[in-house]
Write a protein that binds this ligand. Sequence first.
Ligand SMILES: C[S@@+](CC[C@H](N)C(=O)[O-])C[C@H]1O[C@@H](n2cnc3c(N)ncnc32)[C@H](O)[C@@H]1O
Length: 256
Amino acid sequence: MLSYQHSYHAGGPADVHKHLVLAELLTLLTQKPRGISYLETHAGRGLYDLASDDSLKTGEAYEGIKALTLPDCPLAKTLANIRKQYGENAYPGSPMIARNILREQDMLHLMELHPVEYRHLRQNLMGDGVSLHKRDGYEGVFAITPPKPRKGLVLIDPSYEIKTEYAQVAEFTHRMMAKWPEATVMIWYPLLEAARHLELIEGLKLPFIKHEVGFDLKDGQGMTGSGLILVNAPYRSDEILQRVESQSAAILRPLG
Ligand SMILES: C[S@@+](CC[C@H](N)C(=O)[O-])C[C@H]1O[C@@H](n2cnc3c(N)ncnc32)[C@H](O)[C@@H]1O
């Protein structure tokens, strides 16, 4: 168990899809002075080296962020900050993107179970306003819900190594939203030939917005695209999704 390593996929087309939307959403949620909470069930290590052996082995970043010239947008600003600080081959994971956009009055709660990934996450993200947990993401986020500040976003970004995880995500989202009904939730899922994500979508039984994109990876291992679900999407999220489609048109095919 826990054999998935995100370093092989960092900066690939699926990451770019997820991170463009995440950066736009966090920018929108931080327009008002009131603080927000940002929670992640599956944080990863927070910072990746696109020149590492893992990254070069799949080459996914070359079909993702390295194949894209981003216009001025929240992810482009974050990337510029990260590259300035860590070098041209650095790529931020979702926790680092969030920390770049969030402010003093906001809180981050990050869960990561893998011991090595957690150790890196601590090195990369430890600081004021960041609470790090080496624990199961579903159990951990449920335990601290509803957080303070009460307005906020939960990112659910599992590796789906176990087939039952699609149903688990739907069940968890229900249970967590019963405790924190005003949460905005963003769920990432892969589009596979086996279409396992339908189990997640059918199990959700909540109003949501869905956004899917297609891509052709040289070694996609059956992954044909990337999907995002937004529950309690903020007003004007549809504009965000349209902007993301034009920002990423060189590498992602909108599927609706
Ligand atoms: C897809 S990666 C996360 C990527 C990250 N959200 C990003 O966008 O940069 C999934 C992570 O979940 C971790 N993980 C797997 N099962 C977990 C669990 N039950 N609870 C918390 N973390 C888990 C893995 O070790 C891996 O680092």
